[in-house]
Design a protein around this ligand. Sequence first.
Ligand code: UP5
Ligand code: MG
Length: 195
Amino acid sequence: MASKKPNVIFVLGGPGAGKGTQCARIAETDDYAHLSAGELLRDEAAKPDSTLGKEINEHLKNGSIVPVAITCKLLENAMQNSDKENFLIDGFPRNQDNINGWQKAMDGKVNIRCVLFFDCDEQVCVIRCLERGKASGRTDDNTESLRKRIITYNESTLPVIQMYEKANLVKRIDASNDVDTVFQDVQSVLSSIKS
Ligand code: UP5
Ligand code: MG
């Protein structure tokens, strides 16, 4: 992590809304490191010597939220191992407990610049994830896990987005559009927060 206080953008939205796709594009064109909380968890769970693998895998399959201490530690390590000053934190925080855990570990250490909210119709999200599931190998890209992921999103993550909205931090993007159109909207938001 650079010596300056890093800038963080939280990236939220339903399963399959396009968070990962858009973050990857931002990281190609702008000076941001893309940290996907879900990817970090999947990578940790896939390590043969991981003591947390079983617990994480259960949560992934059930679409439930991994204890914040685990996720936060993975994010913090990834930030420390990066030389970037700007971070896109994709898929986190997902509930109030995630916010509390993050604040406990990171309060005062980073600037939260905004929350990019990829707002996408539920049916569109389901179709995208099931399509991806044909080849992704993800244990949660199936009808049953998706049903649970959507419940978790509606019950736990939407209230987080609403809370950030009240704090005027949310930049909403219509994520039902095609990838290029969504990316154009993303770029407008990123330019607006630079100025
Ligand atoms: N696609 C993308 N954009 C498109 C567009 N505009 N038009 C048409 N197609 C588009 O995209 C999904 C699919 O849609 C891809 O095939 C893509 O090509 C296509 P993607 O960019 O991958 O969407 P994303 O929003 O990243 O979807 P993802 O499935 O990754 O979202 P989730 O939030 O469900 O998954 P995540 O990996 O963040 O979390 C998985 C699980 O990890 C959670 O359920 C939870 O159990 C756990 N978790 C925690 O416990 N804590 C955390 O902090 C984070 C995760
Ligand atoms: Mg993703």
